[in-house]
Design a protein around this ligand. Structure first.
Ligand SMILES: [Zn+2]
Length: 335
């Protein structure tokens, strides 16, 4: 009988071969999900999680850079690193077919992946973390942004060290940074497209800045725009989607849809066309309420915005739309 999988491996050093290992060979270093504990000058660790989504490689590249940096510097603060879905990373996929999404495990559930998540959370809690950063890429053309889960000054300061744009959200409820936000300031850092060196550099510098921070000052270090989520835009799974004008489909979206991310769209502007007359799009709040009518109204065969709103995380990647969602609708918070 094969041992239960995934199991959680524990390490107290980074593997020497990390520098010359491609992310697709991650299992030659980490055959199973792993928690790596590295001692630094301040004991309360920065918790960094990588590869919760296997094809979002930024975290693995950050780990390589940290490894190189540590060859020349002492860690100013301890690090606790979770290497997540290595099986999906080996396959170059967000998640393994038929297996749960590793960023939806953290609110509890049954099955080996959920048990793994609970073991990780117990160790993170015991380590009394200073801060937590979950590193992701995304598929749409978004600016770099962070997800925050409350408005504590420390969380805002943490987010401001990454980029100017933050999204305040409690969905999806099973995400890691939300679970850890009850323990310490916590963000998901959405680092743009995978494989882009500038994005990897920004993510690495963010981790380095937080490693060097010795206390929370109680205010953002740099300007921060906080967007609040109104809802998540979900498409009926049976719906057909088109990004070209005049094609037969249940919903027609503009090919340049992703350009709208984090820009305010005015009341009355067209969001989509509905060539077949019925709308497969709904907007659902964090608590599951359907607020579609508060966001969109029908004008002929068009779906238009009922007020000034900012979409985010819009993607034209049909697989991402079907695996996750079309995107989010947000409102910028004043002040
Ligand atoms: Zn992700």
């Amino acid at each position: 009988m094969s041992p239960p999988s995934p199991r959680l491996d524990r390490l107290d050093a980074l593997p020497l071969a990390l520098a010359r290992t491609d992310v697709r060979d991650v299992r030659s270093l980490f055959p199973e999900p792993a928690l790596i504990s590295l001692k630094g000058r301040r004991p309360d660790p920065l918790f960094v999680s990588i590869l919760l989504h296997g094809n979002e490689t930024v975290g693995f590249e950050v780990l390589k850079r940290l490894h190189a940096w540590m060859g020349r510097h002492l860690l100013p603060r301890s690090l606790l690193i979770f290497v997540g879905n290595v099986a999906a990373a080996e396959a170059g996929l967000r998640m393994s077919p038929g297996k749960p999404d590793y960023n939806r495990l953290w609110q509890g559930g049954t099955g080996p992946e959920f048990e793994l998540a609970q073991s990780v959370l117990a160790e993170v809690r015991a380590a009394k973390p200073f801060a937590a950063i979950d590193l992701h890429n995304n598929t749409g053309a978004n600016p770099l942004y962070s997800l925050i889960h409350n408005e504590r000054a420390a969380d805002r300061q943490l987010a401001s060290l990454f980029t100017r744009t933050a999204m305040l959200t409690l969905t999806p409820p099973g995400m890691l940074s939300l679970a850890v936000s009850s323990l310490c300031p916590s963000v998901t850092a959405e680092c743009g497209h995978a494989g882009v060196e500038a994005n990897e550099t920004r993510a690495f510098e963010f981790v380095l800045d937080v490693l060097h921070l010795d206390h929370w000052r109680g205010a953002p270090d740099r300007p921060l725009d906080v967007f609040e989520t109104i809802g998540r835009m979900e498409l009926d799974p049976a719906a057909t989607i088109s990004f070209a004008h005049g094609e037969a489909a249940d919903i027609e979206l503009p090919a340049a849809l992703e350009k709208w991310n984090f820009f305010e769209r005015p009341e009355g502007s067209t969001f989509a066309r509905l060539p077949n007359g019925r709308s497969p799009l709904k907007v659902v709040t964090e608590t599951g309420a359907n607020v579609t009518d508060a966001v969109f109204r029908r004008e002929g065969d068009r779906l238009v915005l009922t007020r000034d709103l900012s979409p985010a995380m819009l993607t034209t990647n049909e697989q991402a739309i079907r695996d996750d969602c079309l995107g989010y609708i947000m409102e910028k918070r004043s002040g």
